[in-house]
Design a protein around this ligand. Structure first.
Ligand code: LLP
Length: 416
Protein backbone atom coordinates (compact mmCIF):
# COMPACT_ATOMS: atom_id res chain seq x y z
CA UNK A 1 0.00 0.00 0.00
CA UNK A 2 1.39 3.38 -0.99
CA UNK A 3 0.36 6.90 -1.92
CA UNK A 4 1.49 7.13 -5.55
CA UNK A 5 -1.78 7.00 -7.47
CA UNK A 6 -3.29 8.29 -10.68
CA UNK A 7 -5.82 11.07 -10.46
CA UNK A 8 -7.49 10.95 -13.83
CA UNK A 9 -4.53 10.32 -16.10
CA UNK A 10 -1.88 12.05 -14.01
CA UNK A 11 0.31 10.35 -11.43
CA UNK A 12 0.36 12.02 -8.02
CA UNK A 13 2.57 11.58 -4.97
CA UNK A 14 0.04 12.03 -2.19
CA UNK A 15 -1.62 15.31 -3.24
CA UNK A 16 1.26 16.53 -5.38
CA UNK A 17 1.09 16.46 -9.18
CA UNK A 18 4.41 14.94 -10.23
CA UNK A 19 4.54 17.20 -13.32
CA UNK A 20 4.60 20.22 -11.05
CA UNK A 21 7.26 18.67 -8.86
CA UNK A 22 9.45 17.84 -11.89
CA UNK A 23 8.99 21.36 -13.22
CA UNK A 24 10.25 22.86 -9.97
CA UNK A 25 12.96 20.41 -8.95
CA UNK A 26 14.06 18.92 -12.28
CA UNK A 27 14.88 15.29 -13.03
CA UNK A 28 16.07 12.71 -12.21
CA UNK A 29 14.66 13.00 -8.70
CA UNK A 30 13.80 10.53 -5.98
CA UNK A 31 10.36 11.31 -4.55
CA UNK A 32 9.33 9.87 -1.18
CA UNK A 33 5.93 9.79 0.49
CA UNK A 34 5.76 10.76 4.14
CA UNK A 35 2.24 9.31 4.49
CA UNK A 36 3.39 5.90 3.24
CA UNK A 37 6.24 5.81 5.76
CA UNK A 38 3.91 6.75 8.61
CA UNK A 39 1.42 4.12 7.55
CA UNK A 40 4.01 1.33 7.64
CA UNK A 41 5.19 2.43 11.09
CA UNK A 42 1.65 2.45 12.43
CA UNK A 43 1.04 -1.07 11.06
CA UNK A 44 4.12 -2.37 12.87
CA UNK A 45 3.25 -0.65 16.14
CA UNK A 46 -0.25 -2.10 15.96
CA UNK A 47 1.01 -5.62 15.29
CA UNK A 48 3.33 -5.53 18.32
CA UNK A 49 0.66 -4.03 20.56
CA UNK A 50 2.02 -3.51 24.05
CA UNK A 51 4.56 -6.34 23.83
CA UNK A 52 8.11 -5.19 24.58
CA UNK A 53 9.67 -4.58 21.19
CA UNK A 54 11.92 -2.34 19.16
CA UNK A 55 11.81 -1.93 15.41
CA UNK A 56 15.35 -1.06 14.30
CA UNK A 57 15.07 0.33 10.79
CA UNK A 58 17.97 -0.82 8.56
CA UNK A 59 19.51 2.53 7.65
CA UNK A 60 21.27 1.03 4.62
CA UNK A 61 17.95 0.85 2.77
CA UNK A 62 17.58 4.63 2.68
CA UNK A 63 19.76 6.88 4.82
CA UNK A 64 18.32 10.27 3.88
CA UNK A 65 18.14 12.38 7.03
CA UNK A 66 14.54 13.43 6.47
CA UNK A 67 13.47 9.79 6.13
CA UNK A 68 15.48 8.84 9.21
CA UNK A 69 14.03 11.73 11.21
CA UNK A 70 10.49 10.71 10.23
CA UNK A 71 11.12 7.17 11.46
CA UNK A 72 12.92 8.30 14.62
CA UNK A 73 9.92 10.45 15.47
CA UNK A 74 7.71 7.37 15.15
CA UNK A 75 9.61 5.80 18.04
CA UNK A 76 11.55 3.47 15.77
CA UNK A 77 15.21 2.55 16.35
CA UNK A 78 18.02 2.01 13.86
CA UNK A 79 20.15 -0.87 12.61
CA UNK A 80 23.47 0.48 11.34
CA UNK A 81 26.37 -1.25 9.61
CA UNK A 82 29.09 1.39 9.61
CA UNK A 83 30.38 4.40 11.50
CA UNK A 84 28.87 6.53 8.76
CA UNK A 85 25.41 5.06 9.24
CA UNK A 86 25.74 5.49 12.99
CA UNK A 87 26.61 9.14 12.40
CA UNK A 88 23.59 9.60 10.13
CA UNK A 89 21.31 7.92 12.65
CA UNK A 90 22.55 10.11 15.48
CA UNK A 91 22.28 13.31 13.40
CA UNK A 92 18.72 12.35 12.50
CA UNK A 93 17.83 11.99 16.17
CA UNK A 94 17.86 8.27 16.96
CA UNK A 95 18.95 7.93 20.59
CA UNK A 96 22.01 5.70 21.08
CA UNK A 97 20.05 3.21 23.15
CA UNK A 98 17.75 2.54 20.19
CA UNK A 99 20.59 1.61 17.83
CA UNK A 100 21.94 -1.86 17.02
CA UNK A 101 25.13 -2.29 15.04
CA UNK A 102 25.43 -5.19 12.55
CA UNK A 103 28.10 -6.06 9.97
CA UNK A 104 30.99 -8.46 9.45
CA UNK A 105 33.77 -5.89 9.33
CA UNK A 106 33.53 -3.39 12.17
CA UNK A 107 36.81 -1.55 12.74
CA UNK A 108 38.24 -0.73 16.17
CA UNK A 109 37.56 2.93 15.46
CA UNK A 110 33.92 2.25 14.64
CA UNK A 111 33.60 0.18 17.82
CA UNK A 112 34.99 3.06 19.90
CA UNK A 113 32.54 5.46 18.30
CA UNK A 114 29.60 3.16 18.93
CA UNK A 115 30.65 2.69 22.56
CA UNK A 116 30.79 6.46 23.01
CA UNK A 117 27.28 6.73 21.59
CA UNK A 118 26.05 4.13 24.09
CA UNK A 119 24.38 1.87 21.53
CA UNK A 120 21.92 -0.81 22.55
CA UNK A 121 23.80 -3.76 21.07
CA UNK A 122 26.69 -4.88 18.89
CA UNK A 123 25.59 -7.74 16.66
CA UNK A 124 28.92 -9.57 16.64
CA UNK A 125 29.66 -11.81 13.68
CA UNK A 126 32.90 -13.67 14.50
CA UNK A 127 35.23 -14.86 17.28
CA UNK A 128 37.90 -12.35 16.28
CA UNK A 129 35.40 -9.50 16.36
CA UNK A 130 34.39 -10.56 19.86
CA UNK A 131 38.02 -10.43 21.02
CA UNK A 132 38.62 -7.04 19.44
CA UNK A 133 35.43 -5.58 20.88
CA UNK A 134 36.42 -6.86 24.32
CA UNK A 135 39.81 -5.17 23.95
CA UNK A 136 38.44 -1.86 22.62
CA UNK A 137 35.75 -1.71 25.32
CA UNK A 138 38.37 -2.44 28.00
CA UNK A 139 40.57 0.40 26.76
CA UNK A 140 37.57 2.72 26.80
CA UNK A 141 36.62 1.62 30.33
CA UNK A 142 33.25 0.34 29.06
CA UNK A 143 31.35 -2.88 28.83
CA UNK A 144 29.99 -3.58 25.35
CA UNK A 145 26.47 -5.04 25.08
CA UNK A 146 26.52 -7.89 22.55
CA UNK A 147 24.39 -10.36 20.71
CA UNK A 148 25.99 -12.92 18.45
CA UNK A 149 24.62 -12.93 14.97
CA UNK A 150 24.21 -16.58 14.24
CA UNK A 151 23.85 -18.04 10.81
CA UNK A 152 20.84 -20.36 11.07
CA UNK A 153 21.42 -21.98 7.66
CA UNK A 154 17.93 -21.26 6.40
CA UNK A 155 17.16 -20.84 2.70
CA UNK A 156 15.38 -17.51 2.28
CA UNK A 157 14.42 -18.38 -1.30
CA UNK A 158 15.54 -15.07 -2.72
CA UNK A 159 18.18 -13.75 -5.16
CA UNK A 160 21.59 -15.33 -4.31
CA UNK A 161 23.23 -11.91 -3.90
CA UNK A 162 20.87 -11.01 -1.08
CA UNK A 163 20.70 -14.34 0.76
CA UNK A 164 22.72 -14.07 3.95
CA UNK A 165 21.64 -16.89 6.24
CA UNK A 166 22.98 -19.88 4.34
CA UNK A 167 26.03 -21.55 5.79
CA UNK A 168 28.16 -20.66 2.76
CA UNK A 169 27.43 -16.92 3.27
CA UNK A 170 30.00 -14.72 5.00
CA UNK A 171 27.55 -13.56 7.65
CA UNK A 172 27.18 -14.59 11.26
CA UNK A 173 28.69 -17.25 13.48
CA UNK A 174 28.11 -20.78 12.18
CA UNK A 175 25.11 -22.44 13.83
CA UNK A 176 27.24 -25.31 15.20
CA UNK A 177 29.61 -22.82 16.83
CA UNK A 178 26.98 -20.56 18.34
CA UNK A 179 27.01 -22.06 21.84
CA UNK A 180 30.79 -21.98 22.02
CA UNK A 181 30.81 -18.35 20.85
CA UNK A 182 28.36 -17.45 23.59
CA UNK A 183 30.55 -19.23 26.15
CA UNK A 184 33.54 -17.21 24.97
CA UNK A 185 31.47 -14.02 25.10
CA UNK A 186 30.34 -14.61 28.64
CA UNK A 187 33.92 -15.28 29.76
CA UNK A 188 35.18 -11.94 28.46
CA UNK A 189 35.28 -9.15 31.06
CA UNK A 190 34.39 -6.20 28.83
CA UNK A 191 31.43 -7.55 26.92
CA UNK A 192 28.00 -8.36 28.28
CA UNK A 193 25.71 -10.80 26.50
CA UNK A 194 22.30 -9.19 26.02
CA UNK A 195 20.69 -10.98 23.10
CA UNK A 196 20.57 -13.33 20.15
CA UNK A 197 20.43 -12.23 16.54
CA UNK A 198 20.00 -13.54 12.99
CA UNK A 199 19.28 -12.02 9.61
CA UNK A 200 18.69 -14.45 6.77
CA UNK A 201 18.37 -12.33 3.65
CA UNK A 202 16.36 -9.75 1.83
CA UNK A 203 13.28 -9.49 -0.41
CA UNK A 204 11.80 -12.60 1.21
CA UNK A 205 8.18 -12.91 0.20
CA UNK A 206 6.76 -15.57 2.51
CA UNK A 207 6.83 -15.99 6.27
CA UNK A 208 8.10 -19.59 6.32
CA UNK A 209 11.85 -18.88 6.19
CA UNK A 210 11.41 -16.30 8.95
CA UNK A 211 9.49 -18.75 11.11
CA UNK A 212 12.17 -21.38 10.55
CA UNK A 213 14.92 -18.98 11.51
CA UNK A 214 12.98 -17.65 14.51
CA UNK A 215 12.45 -21.20 15.79
CA UNK A 216 16.17 -21.91 15.65
CA UNK A 217 16.97 -18.62 17.32
CA UNK A 218 14.36 -19.21 20.01
CA UNK A 219 15.82 -22.66 20.66
CA UNK A 220 19.28 -21.13 21.03
CA UNK A 221 17.98 -18.42 23.37
CA UNK A 222 16.30 -21.12 25.48
CA UNK A 223 19.53 -23.10 25.74
CA UNK A 224 21.51 -20.01 26.73
CA UNK A 225 19.03 -19.11 29.42
CA UNK A 226 19.15 -22.71 30.68
CA UNK A 227 22.89 -22.24 31.01
CA UNK A 228 22.22 -19.28 33.26
CA UNK A 229 22.87 -16.46 30.78
CA UNK A 230 20.65 -13.45 31.14
CA UNK A 231 19.23 -12.32 27.83
CA UNK A 232 17.29 -9.15 27.17
CA UNK A 233 16.26 -9.45 23.55
CA UNK A 234 15.86 -11.63 20.49
CA UNK A 235 16.58 -9.95 17.15
CA UNK A 236 15.11 -11.62 14.11
CA UNK A 237 16.71 -9.28 11.55
CA UNK A 238 15.02 -7.78 8.52
CA UNK A 239 14.35 -9.09 5.05
CA UNK A 240 10.63 -8.82 4.43
CA UNK A 241 10.02 -8.29 0.73
CA UNK A 242 7.74 -5.91 -1.13
CA UNK A 243 5.76 -6.14 -4.34
CA UNK A 244 7.82 -5.05 -7.33
CA UNK A 245 5.81 -6.96 -9.91
CA UNK A 246 3.48 -9.77 -8.92
CA UNK A 247 4.98 -10.93 -5.63
CA UNK A 248 2.54 -11.29 -2.80
CA UNK A 249 4.51 -10.69 0.39
CA UNK A 250 2.81 -10.33 3.75
CA UNK A 251 2.28 -6.78 4.97
CA UNK A 252 4.73 -5.67 7.71
CA UNK A 253 2.03 -6.16 10.36
CA UNK A 254 1.27 -9.70 9.14
CA UNK A 255 4.98 -10.55 9.21
CA UNK A 256 5.19 -9.58 12.86
CA UNK A 257 1.99 -11.43 13.71
CA UNK A 258 3.29 -14.64 12.09
CA UNK A 259 6.41 -14.56 14.24
CA UNK A 260 4.95 -13.55 17.57
CA UNK A 261 3.80 -17.09 18.54
CA UNK A 262 7.42 -18.28 18.22
CA UNK A 263 9.05 -15.28 19.87
CA UNK A 264 6.67 -14.19 22.57
CA UNK A 265 6.90 -17.23 24.89
CA UNK A 266 10.57 -16.38 25.55
CA UNK A 267 9.53 -13.27 27.43
CA UNK A 268 12.31 -11.24 25.78
CA UNK A 269 12.13 -7.90 24.05
CA UNK A 270 11.60 -8.54 20.32
CA UNK A 271 13.73 -6.69 17.80
CA UNK A 272 13.08 -6.56 14.04
CA UNK A 273 15.39 -4.86 11.52
CA UNK A 274 13.21 -4.05 8.51
CA UNK A 275 14.59 -1.89 5.73
CA UNK A 276 12.91 -2.40 2.38
CA UNK A 277 9.43 -3.10 3.76
CA UNK A 278 9.36 0.32 5.46
CA UNK A 279 10.72 2.48 2.66
CA UNK A 280 10.67 0.49 -0.60
CA UNK A 281 7.26 1.43 -1.92
CA UNK A 282 7.42 4.84 -0.24
CA UNK A 283 9.69 6.09 -3.02
CA UNK A 284 9.86 6.46 -6.79
CA UNK A 285 12.49 7.67 -9.20
CA UNK A 286 11.11 10.40 -11.42
CA UNK A 287 12.84 10.65 -14.78
CA UNK A 288 12.44 12.46 -18.10
CA UNK A 289 12.48 10.90 -21.55
CA UNK A 290 15.34 12.23 -23.67
CA UNK A 291 14.91 10.21 -26.85
CA UNK A 292 12.88 7.36 -28.23
CA UNK A 293 15.15 5.35 -30.45
CA UNK A 294 13.35 2.79 -32.58
CA UNK A 295 15.69 0.49 -34.47
CA UNK A 296 14.94 -2.43 -36.75
CA UNK A 297 16.01 -4.73 -33.89
CA UNK A 298 14.89 -3.15 -30.66
CA UNK A 299 13.34 -0.01 -29.26
CA UNK A 300 14.95 2.11 -26.59
CA UNK A 301 13.41 4.76 -24.42
CA UNK A 302 16.42 6.78 -23.34
CA UNK A 303 15.82 8.62 -20.08
CA UNK A 304 17.86 10.98 -17.90
CA UNK A 305 18.13 8.49 -15.01
CA UNK A 306 20.55 5.59 -15.21
CA UNK A 307 22.24 2.75 -13.39
CA UNK A 308 24.17 5.41 -11.47
CA UNK A 309 20.88 6.52 -9.88
CA UNK A 310 19.22 3.10 -9.51
CA UNK A 311 21.55 0.15 -9.92
CA UNK A 312 19.18 -2.66 -8.90
CA UNK A 313 18.10 -3.63 -12.46
CA UNK A 314 21.73 -3.71 -13.68
CA UNK A 315 23.05 -5.47 -10.58
CA UNK A 316 20.36 -8.04 -9.83
CA UNK A 317 18.20 -7.97 -12.94
CA UNK A 318 15.62 -6.49 -10.57
CA UNK A 319 12.21 -5.53 -11.89
CA UNK A 320 10.82 -2.05 -11.23
CA UNK A 321 7.52 -1.05 -12.75
CA UNK A 322 7.77 1.99 -15.03
CA UNK A 323 4.69 4.19 -15.29
CA UNK A 324 4.01 7.25 -17.41
CA UNK A 325 3.32 10.33 -15.28
CA UNK A 326 0.67 11.28 -17.86
CA UNK A 327 -1.08 8.24 -19.27
CA UNK A 328 -3.43 7.70 -22.16
CA UNK A 329 -3.02 8.37 -25.82
CA UNK A 330 0.27 6.89 -26.91
CA UNK A 331 0.50 3.84 -29.13
CA UNK A 332 1.78 0.75 -27.31
CA UNK A 333 5.35 -0.24 -28.11
CA UNK A 334 7.80 -2.74 -26.70
CA UNK A 335 11.04 -1.15 -25.51
CA UNK A 336 13.91 -1.15 -23.05
CA UNK A 337 14.09 1.85 -20.75
CA UNK A 338 17.76 2.78 -20.62
CA UNK A 339 19.99 5.52 -19.26
CA UNK A 340 22.76 7.61 -20.80
CA UNK A 341 25.65 5.68 -19.21
CA UNK A 342 28.15 3.98 -21.50
CA UNK A 343 27.42 0.40 -20.44
CA UNK A 344 25.11 -2.09 -22.10
CA UNK A 345 24.07 -3.06 -18.58
CA UNK A 346 22.66 0.42 -18.06
CA UNK A 347 18.95 -0.27 -18.12
CA UNK A 348 16.08 0.44 -15.77
CA UNK A 349 13.62 -1.88 -17.50
CA UNK A 350 13.83 -4.48 -20.25
CA UNK A 351 11.25 -5.64 -22.78
CA UNK A 352 8.41 -3.53 -21.48
CA UNK A 353 5.19 -2.76 -23.22
CA UNK A 354 4.47 0.89 -22.68
CA UNK A 355 2.84 3.84 -24.39
CA UNK A 356 5.28 5.36 -26.85
CA UNK A 357 6.52 8.41 -24.96
CA UNK A 358 7.76 11.64 -26.51
CA UNK A 359 10.95 13.43 -25.56
CA UNK A 360 10.20 15.52 -22.48
CA UNK A 361 7.59 13.11 -21.09
CA UNK A 362 8.01 11.99 -17.49
CA UNK A 363 8.22 8.41 -16.28
CA UNK A 364 8.06 7.07 -12.73
CA UNK A 365 10.23 4.11 -11.77
CA UNK A 366 8.21 2.59 -8.96
CA UNK A 367 9.21 1.03 -5.63
CA UNK A 368 12.58 2.76 -5.63
CA UNK A 369 12.58 3.96 -2.02
CA UNK A 370 14.87 1.16 -0.78
CA UNK A 371 18.39 0.54 -2.06
CA UNK A 372 17.92 3.31 -4.61
CA UNK A 373 19.68 6.55 -3.82
CA UNK A 374 21.94 4.84 -1.25
CA UNK A 375 23.48 2.67 -3.97
CA UNK A 376 23.92 5.54 -6.43
CA UNK A 377 27.30 6.50 -7.81
CA UNK A 378 29.03 9.24 -9.77
CA UNK A 379 30.14 6.94 -12.60
CA UNK A 380 30.40 8.79 -15.93
CA UNK A 381 30.73 11.92 -13.74
CA UNK A 382 27.00 12.06 -13.24
CA UNK A 383 25.88 14.22 -10.34
CA UNK A 384 23.58 12.33 -7.97
CA UNK A 385 19.86 13.13 -8.23
CA UNK A 386 17.84 15.31 -5.85
CA UNK A 387 15.63 13.74 -3.18
CA UNK A 388 12.23 15.16 -2.31
CA UNK A 389 9.84 14.30 0.52
CA UNK A 390 6.14 14.83 -0.11
CA UNK A 391 3.72 15.39 2.74
CA UNK A 392 0.10 15.93 1.71
CA UNK A 393 -0.01 18.73 -0.84
CA UNK A 394 3.45 20.02 0.02
CA UNK A 395 6.94 18.88 -0.79
CA UNK A 396 10.48 19.76 0.09
CA UNK A 397 13.89 19.00 -1.39
CA UNK A 398 15.55 16.93 1.33
CA UNK A 399 18.80 16.46 -0.57
CA UNK A 400 19.93 18.84 -3.24
CA UNK A 401 20.90 17.64 -6.65
CA UNK A 402 24.69 17.38 -6.85
CA UNK A 403 26.54 19.94 -8.93
CA UNK A 404 29.63 19.65 -11.12
CA UNK A 405 31.45 21.33 -8.23
CA UNK A 406 30.41 18.48 -5.94
CA UNK A 407 31.95 16.03 -8.40
CA UNK A 408 35.47 17.40 -7.93
CA UNK A 409 35.23 18.36 -4.25
CA UNK A 410 38.24 17.08 -2.31
CA UNK A 411 40.37 16.41 -5.38
CA UNK A 412 43.59 18.28 -6.07
CA UNK A 413 46.37 18.44 -8.67
CA UNK A 414 49.65 16.75 -7.83
CA UNK A 415 51.79 19.30 -5.96
CA UNK A 416 54.95 17.36 -5.12
N1 LLP B 1 19.58 -6.33 8.95
C1 LLP B 1 20.75 -6.70 8.37
C2 LLP B 1 21.82 -7.23 9.21
C3 LLP B 1 20.91 -6.59 6.98
O1 LLP B 1 22.06 -6.96 6.42
C4 LLP B 1 19.86 -6.08 6.18
C5 LLP B 1 20.00 -5.95 4.73
C6 LLP B 1 18.66 -5.68 6.84
C7 LLP B 1 18.56 -5.84 8.22
C8 LLP B 1 17.50 -5.12 6.11
O2 LLP B 1 16.99 -5.99 5.16
P1 LLP B 1 15.65 -5.61 4.36
O3 LLP B 1 14.52 -5.57 5.37
O4 LLP B 1 15.84 -4.29 3.72
O5 LLP B 1 15.51 -6.70 3.38
N2 LLP B 1 20.86 -4.08 -2.03
C9 LLP B 1 19.95 -5.19 -1.99
C10 LLP B 1 19.52 -5.53 -0.59
C11 LLP B 1 20.67 -5.80 0.36
C12 LLP B 1 20.21 -6.08 1.76
C13 LLP B 1 21.37 -6.12 2.70
N3 LLP B 1 21.03 -6.33 4.07
C14 LLP B 1 18.77 -4.87 -2.91
O6 LLP B 1 18.76 -3.82 -3.53
O7 LLP B 1 17.86 -5.69 -3.04
Amino acid sequence: MHFFQYRGDVLFAEDVDLRVLAEQVGTPTYVYSYGTLKRHCTALHRAFGDRPHLTCYAVKANGNLAILRTLAQEGIGADVVSGGELFRARVAGFPGDRIVYSGVGKTAEEMRYALEEGILCFNVESFQELELLNQVAGEAGKVAPVALRVNPDVDPMTHPHIATGLRENKFGVAWEEALRAYEVASSLPNVRVVGVDAHIGSQITSVEPFVESAKKLAELAGRLMDKGMTLEHIDIGGGLGIRYRDEDPPEPGEWVEALLPVLEPLGLKIIFEPGRSLVGNAGILLTKVLYVKETPHRNFVIVDASMTDLIRPALYGAYHEVLPVERGGGEIIKADVVGPVCESGDFLAKDRTLERPRPGDLLAVMSAGAYGFVMSSNYNARPRPAEVLVKGDRFQVVRERETYGDLVRGERFLGI
